[in-house]
Design a protein around this ligand. Structure first.
Ligand code: HEM
Length: 205
């Protein structure tokens, strides 16, 4: 993929952070509703809680999870971070992929079942523990991912180290070649011989 221009990178990062942290907020809301549905003795409250969860599930889970995943992948492929060059990015990629699959295929189904159950009778508000457990696990995961996004721990992967070594070798070769090339009137300094722009050791600049 072509590297992102500075404005494109900033815009994508903005969307990525807004959507990903929004996903965290959505999950916190689902957890509160799941707890309300499980703990209340009032069928009316349980019905309202599971119906509200269904509305969030139907409207928001798919777009938010997919947008977080895709904007993250674009940021990775369009910058020197890469997908598999840094451990924190690679970890986020797999965790988000799993969380997206689980949210779309398992969590939404469980919410739908709870909403249909409360619609059929007052008894049906019976606790649905998985509607507390799933958002709890997901919330922990998103908080963890927010933390590693900001701290960027663990350094490069083996593949990332090889890519950095290869980039260093190319840079050294270019510098040596430039130093050896005599500058005479017959070898004008053109754009082609100008120093290549390189990225820093850390891709965050
Ligand atoms: C729930 C899922 C995710 C959350 C909560 C999340 C959160 C964040 C946050 C808060 C940042 C800003 C960090 C900073 O600028 O200091 C960030 C940046 C970033 N994220 Fe994610 N992210 C998620 C998923 C992903 C995925 C799936 C990928 C792709 C593999 C990804 C790749 C990146 C990259 C490469 C950056 C750095 C961009 C840059 O500095 O140019 N993220 N993420």
């Amino acid at each position: 993929m072509k590297p992102l221009s500075r404005p494109a990178r900033r815009a994508t990062l903005f969307v990525h952070v807004a959507v990903s942290v929004g996903w965290l907020g959505l999950t916190l809301g689902l957890l509160v509703l799941g707890l309300a549905g499980a703990l209340t003795r009032s069928p009316t409250t349980a019905t309202a809680a599971y119906r509200a969860m269904k509305i969030f599930g139907d409207w928001l889970i798919i777009p938010i999870s997919l947008l977080s995943l895709f904007s993250g992948v674009i940021l990775s492929l369009g910058t020197a971070w890469g997908i598999a060059r840094y451990r924190w990015v690679y970890t986020k990629f797999w965790l988000t992929l799993i969380a997206t699959g689980a949210s779309i295929f398992a969590l939404r189904t469980t919410i739908d079942e709870a909403a249909s159950a409360v619609a059929t009778g007052p008894d049906a508000g019976a606790a649905t523990p998985s509607l507390v457990a799933a958002p709890s696990v997901a919330l922990t995961l998103y908080v963890f991912m927010t933390a590693i996004s900001v701290l960027k721990p663990w350094g490069p992967t083996a593949r990332g180290r090889r890519a950095r070594a290869a980039a260093r070798t190319t840079r050294t070769a270019r510098t040596t070649l430039k130093a050896r090339t005599p500058r005479t009137s017959l070898t004008p300094r053109t754009a082609a011989s100008a120093p290549a722009r390189t990225t820093g050791a850390r891709p965050g600049t």
